[in-house]
Design a protein around this ligand. Structure first.
Ligand SMILES: C[S@@+](CC[C@H](N)C(=O)[O-])C[C@H]1O[C@@H](n2cnc3c(N)ncnc32)[C@H](O)[C@@H]1O
Length: 196
């Protein structure tokens, strides 16, 4: 099968997956974002490892996790420190991470943003920060059932979510994280949430 890869939701919506960007090197803007993070940094759903790879290259303590064996292989091949794990399973240094990344739509993992943020809260050290990429203001939030497609479906249905900039603060409070800055960086939006 060929053609662009995307998520198809059970309600008919499609969400493009920018796999080429994920496989590329971190952009200058992403590297600037990484510079501002306190270490050690946990990159949750790191995919082929462009962000955790950039952190490692800069000599920063960091770990990427992803349950996909292919993603983990690609990340390891670029020299990124990575483990094949789910964010919901046991992880090293729980409660001691200075920062956690949920970017590229990864707030959608598990289809339960508050549950995921609660898990992230437990992974962070007190005062630690989660950086969460969100949809632009005015976009809807949604809990979805999706499957990966390329011409046709290439995997099973799984739960996913999209979170708008307008709703991240309320979800963070439900998860007992303190909402901080909401930053626009070019066309992307990032929320900074702190573990009290
Ligand atoms: C939208 S993609 C993000 C891609 C990634 N950030 C990159 O740079 O390639 C979602 C990623 O989350 C991973 N993922 C799915 N469920 C996960 C879980 N329970 N824990 C951690 N990662 C998960 C997927 O394997 C996938 O690589």
């Amino acid at each position: 099968m060929s053609g662009p890869i995307f998520l198809q939701s059970a309600c008919g919506a499609t969400i493009p997956l920018p796999v080429r960007r994920w496989r590329a090197e971190a952009s200058a803007g992403e590297r600037r974002l990484l510079t501002g993070l306190e270490g050690p940094v946990l990159d949750i759903g790191c995919g082929p490892g462009r962000l955790v790879g950039a952190l490692a290259e800069a000599g920063r303590p960091a770990l990427g996790i992803d349950p996909s064996p292919t993603a983990v292989e690609e990340a390891a091949a670029r020299g990124a420190p990575v483990l094949q794990r789910s964010v919901f399973g046991p992880l090293p240094a729980e409660g001691r991470w200075g920062s956690a990344l949920l970017v590229d739509g990864n707030i959608g993992i598990g289809g339960d943003p508050v549950g995921l943020l609660r898990r992230v809260r437990d992974l962070l050290e007190p005062g630690g920060t989660a950086v969460v990429e969100v949809e632009p203001p005015g976009q809807a939030s949604a809990i979805l059932h999706v499957r990966v497609c390329r011409s046709g479906p290439i995997g099973p249905w799984f739960p996913w979510a999209r979170v708008s900039s307008d709703h991240i603060a309320g979800l963070a409070i439900e998860a007992r994280l303190d909402p901080g800055d909401l930053q626009r960086r070019r066309r992307r939006w990032f929320a900074w949430l702190k573990r009290p």
